[in-house]
Design a protein around this ligand. Structure first.
Ligand SMILES: Cc1cc2nc3c(=O)[nH]c(=O)nc-3n(C[C@H](O)[C@H](O)[C@H](O)COP(=O)(O)O)c2cc1C
Length: 479
């Protein structure tokens, strides 16, 4: 059953016992800190902050709505009991059935419960949090969807880009140079025009996930969201921009982004998903807000980036991992058994080796996949007995099966993002964003596969039998 709004998704999560309500938090002191602590805990429920200090009851912040395999599976309408790799596979297989489901235009919707025009706009009334201690502002947009129309193609792009509140009518946005959103902005700016924009700060998971996906140029991501949901996304035509506005969104603004040369403001620093503040404080484009609308008791969708914690199921992993797996299949790489990412920097692929060079073939395809291109510096290929999502398994394979002199390769000058902390300061200053990539073949050498020492780890079958036989004892240990 699709979730037409974020609220319906939230209710489903609460029913599944995966939501923690928190009252009385301070947006400066508590919201970010609690999100970081609880996100690293084994259960990491979704957090819903209400009665935020200094803000009216009902003006809420949800944090990490899609963190964890369970909630991702719920959002994608897959089985919440799937393992990490099964979730990636489920999503990859579902992507094969994609057919666009275009949005449906409607006249009205809950997002218009409160509408403000020129002279009435107050962005400061929302409890935008300071997510990390050294952040240089209050970020209302961490899980926000940004709609921009290509002036030539007349299609609408969606992306997730961070958004800071500068003042009651002005926002700041960071869109890095490799995003389609940035290319669209530049087309308007090249003609000396302001770029019309719509931003949604709380929307159903399908819209968010479609925006987060790196779709090819020209793909209407709202039609991807419609397909994901199984029904069209209802949208109102924006009175100011003509852009689509999801009718069930929580908070939406319409506005314009003036050419960077004409207007920009300092933005950042902001703690990124790399675990660093790589971009620092520098000028970025601004959004002049012309219209604001929100539901009663609006909820900000907060997806603050955090340092990758091994074992923490960051929502951003399954989609790019599925994109890598699909690319491998499309390129004809046989017998891929699983794909997972460990933070933004490492892609792990498990294969059943069929011929010499199989691992290298898989790694070389993965290197160029857009979904991970900007950041994944290490591509590691492991055998089928290794769970690519299990970091200790992967580390064991790398350290025990890989002879670095013959099973690693380094390639230079791949495009990377500004948030990559390893870009040297002088290259950053020149606007040069490239970095090298390493392939680690952590498979047993194919040529003497049969002679490679046998592992002393018991088989999965035997482990299951023993666990069942001794369950009374093992249960005691779990207490
Ligand atoms: C939670 C989240 C936050 C993101 N923040 C940013 C950001 O601040 N700037 C950016 O350029 N990309 C950011 N991204 C990545 C883009 O949203 C993503 O690559 C998207 O597919 C880009 O779309 P586009 O190529 O159509 O512009 C973020 C992604 C997610 C999921």
């Amino acid at each position: 059953m699709p979730f037409p709004s974020f609220r319906e998704f939230l209710q489903r999560v609460e029913k599944a016992g995966d939501l923690l309500r928190i009252e009385g938090a301070d947006r400066e002191e508590d919201i970010g800190a609690l999100t970081e602590i609880i996100s690293a805990s084994p259960k990491h429920p979704m957090l819903l902050f209400d009665k935020i200090k200094g803000y009216p009851q009902g003006f809420r912040v949800a944090a990490k709505p899609l963190a964890g395999v369970k909630r991702m599976a719920m959002a994608l309408e897959l089985d919440p009991e799937l393992s990490h790799v099964e979730l990636v596979k489920g999503w990859k297989d579902r992507m094969k059935t994609f057919r666009p489901v275009p949005p449906k235009e409607v006249k009205d919707g809950p997002v218009r419960e409160n509408v403000f025009g020129r002279g009435e706009i107050d962005l400061l009334k929302f409890p935008a949090p300071k997510w990390h201690d050294l952040d240089g502002g209050y970020y209302i947009g961490t899980g926000s969807c940004v709609f921009l129309r290509d002036p030539e193609g007349q299609w609408t792009n969606m992306g997730v880009y961070r958004v800071v509140v500068h003042d009651a009518e002005t926002l700041g946005i960071f869109i890095n140079h490799i995003q389609h959103g940035r290319l669209i902005l530049q087309k308007y700016w090249a003609q000396g025009k302001n770029c019309p924009v719509v931003l949604s700060f709380g929307q159903d998971p399908a819209v968010f996930l479609a925006a987060a996906q790196r779709e090819p140029w020209g793909v209407e991501e709202l039609s991807v969201a419609g397909w994901l949901r199984g029904e069209p996304v209802e949208c109102i035509k924006g009175a100011v921009t003509g852009l689509p506005i999801p009718a069930h969104a929580e908070i939406v603004v319409e506005g314009e982004i003036p050419p960077f040369e004409r207007e920009s403001r300092p933005e950042g620093p902001f703690g990124e998903r790399t675990g660093y503040y790589a971009t620092g404080l520098r000028n970025e484009p601004v959004i002049k807000v012309k219209s604001l609308m929100h539901r009663n008791d609006p909820i900000i969708f907060g997806e603050p980036p955090l340092k990758p914690v091994p074992g923490m199921d960051h929502f951003g992993i399954p989609l790019p991992a599925a994109a890598v797996w699909s690319a491998l299949e499309y390129a004809g790489v046989q017998d891929v058994k699983g794909v997972w990412l460990h933070g933004p920097f490492a892609t792990v692929i498990a294969i059943k080796q069929r011929y010499e060079g199989h691992a290298k073939q898989a790694a070389s395809i993965a290197l160029g996949v857009r979904a991970t291109l900007a950041m994944s510096r290490f591509v590691i290929v492991v055998d089928e007995d290794i769970d690519p999502a299990n970091l200790s398994d992967v580390f064991w394979a790398v350290t025990s099966r890989c002879d670095p002199a013959v099973q690693s390769e380094i390639l230079k000058d791949f495009p990377t993002s500004d948030i990559n902390p390893r870009v040297p300061p002088e290259e950053r200053a020149e606007g040069r964003f490239v970095s090298s990539r390493m392939i680690i073949d952590a498979c047993r050498p194919y040529r003497w596969l049969e002679k490679f020492p046998v592992s002393n780890v018991m088989s999965a079958k035997r482990k299951a039998e023993m666990t069942k036989k001794w369950q009374h004892l093992l249960k005691e240990l779990e207490k």
